[in-house]
Design a protein around this ligand. Structure first.
Ligand SMILES: [Zn+2]
Ligand SMILES: [Zn+2]
Length: 458
């Protein structure tokens, strides 16, 4: 393969696609900004899905809607049969009510830049269609806007007809990725805040090769109410149990594997200042780069949670909902993207890292097929903060679309030999049914009554 992505049989097509996307810059920025201004939470991205469906239908593509509630999919068939390349875009915002652009009703805000992903998908679809690229490609390009990548609540109210928390997880379960050979996407990376810590702005394009996966815990501590001052010894303080548990986790920070992150949220129960708290809930994400490091951290966290209950004589119910699997970016796909990114953005516009401590349900997909999950800049503020926003529409919306479009061409032009090789080189760790069974098995429940059931009274 040539070192220069513009020195090959598809060079003319690539230049033509880049020019089409450049000419589309105003439209793509309007799409990205519109979605930023109308954020919607997981599995409720109805307006955003409508926008995607309208865009794709306007190109004359057959469009399917309502996949896992809000997923939208369209197909562009190449000239000859061949592998299916999926261009992904995530539809959802996250719960970030302090963000200046947050929806006042739901607290949703695009503080993770998924609005840019939709602009990429629209940009790639418009360019490939307008330039009649399909005639030069074998196989199929599937444009797939998917729900629910953020994971901000463990015990959120159930969504009708949805079993799994991640949109890609749910779409795998439903068979919507059956037949797809590989998947591509680019995700926003914000700029570190100037103080404290500082740091360089995110490069125009980049790659983290590995992302953490995570397990979840909900610990519901149950104690016994009593007068908080005149009779605290007659109660069992569930808040104290939670505090001891969190200290026990903190005491083991150095024992966790280096790639592990454990971050809890203490759920305040509506209580009274003068009553010992009968019930306190702690939700925890337990992240790690490998299934082994996650499993080791889970054991330490479970012991800590039970220790908190034991110390004060409370009971604790432990439950877990499905988490996300670690993501290993496919080396072949990542290498193609890097080559294209270096031509589009130059060496100064590219950065890659071995590891990101963030997680994504693209990790789940990577256990079934080769996945490329690149990063792009053009945003200020750290992801998930109230400061996060798009500041450079070309870097956020336009340039990633070009790099993705060029990677699609690399994969499918001619007889799609590159896509076939990438698929052949990938070792899936699950079949679809094996995956669904494995995810279901992570939803567990255990009750540990240390002492609180004891019928003591005075
Ligand atoms: Zn996010
Ligand atoms: Zn995100």
């Amino acid at each position: 393969m040539s070192a220069d992505p513009l020195d090959g049989p598809a060079a003319g097509l690539k230049e033509s696609l880049a020019a089409a996307i450049d000419r589309d810059a105003v439209h793509l920025a309007a799409v990205g900004d519109d979605i930023f201004a109308h954020p919607e939470l997981a599995y409720h991205e109805f307006r955003t899905a409508d926008l995607v469906a309208r865009e794709l239908r306007g190109l004359g593509l057959p469009v399917e809607e309502g996949l896992a509630r809000t997923g939208v999919r369209a197909r562009l068939r190449g000239a000859r049969p061949g592998p299916v390349v999926c261009v992904l875009a995530e539809l959802d915002a996250l719960h970030a009510p302090d963000h200046p652009a947050a929806d006042p009703g739901t607290g949703a805000a695009h503080a993770c830049g998924h609005n840019a992903q939709v602009a990429h998908l629209v940009g790639v679809a418009r360019a490939l269609t307008e330039r009649a690229a399909a005639g030069r490609l074998a196989g199929e390009v599937v444009f797939f806007a998917v729900p629910a990548e953020e994971y901000s609540e463990i015990g959120r109210p159930g969504v009708p007809d949805v079993e799994f928390p991640g949109g890609k997880q749910e779409l795998i379960r439903l068979g919507c990725f059956d037949g797809v050979g590989l998947a591509l996407m680019a995700h926003a990376t914000g700029t570190p805040d100037p103080e404290p810590g500082g740091g360089e702005p995110a490069p125009a394009l980049g790659m983290a090769w590995h992302y953490t996966g995570f397990a979840t815990r909900r610990a519901r501590f149950r104690g016994r109410s009593a007068h908080a001052s005149s009779a605290p010894g007659h109660g069992v303080d569930s808040l104290s149990a939670a505090r001891v548990a969190l200290h026990a986790i903190d005491a083991q920070r150095e024992a966790f594997a280096a790639d592990v992150r454990v971050h809890p949220v203490l759920r305040a129960q509506p209580g009274s200042l003068n009553v010992i708290a009968e019930q306190t809930t702690v939700d925890i994400l337990i992240r790690g780069r490998t299934s082994q490091s996650i499993a080791d951290a889970e054991r330490r966290v479970d012991r800590s949670l039970r220790a908190g209950a034991l110390a004060v004589g409370a009971a604790v119910e432990l439950s877990s909902a499905p988490g996300f699997l670690p993501l290993d970016v496919d080396r072949t796909l990542g290498g193609l993207f890097r080559r294209n990114a270096l031509t589009l953005a130059g060496a100064a516009g590219w950065a890659e890292h071995d590891f990101s401590a963030a997680s994504t349900d693209a990790g789940d997909l990577s256990h079934l097929m080769p996945v490329m999950h690149a990063t792009h800049g053009g945003c200020a503020g750290v992801n998930h903060s109230a400061r996060f926003r798009v500041v450079d529409p070309v870097r956020a919306y336009v340039q990633p679309a070009k790099a993705i479009a060029w990677t699609v061409v690399d994969l499918l032009h001619g007889d799609a030999a590159t896509a076939r090789a990438a698929i052949a080189g990938h070792r899936p760790r699950h079949t679809r049914t094996g995956y669904v069974d494995a995810v279901r098995a992570t939803a567990r429940h255990a009750h540990c009554a240390e002492d609180a059931g004891e019928p003591w009274r005075s």
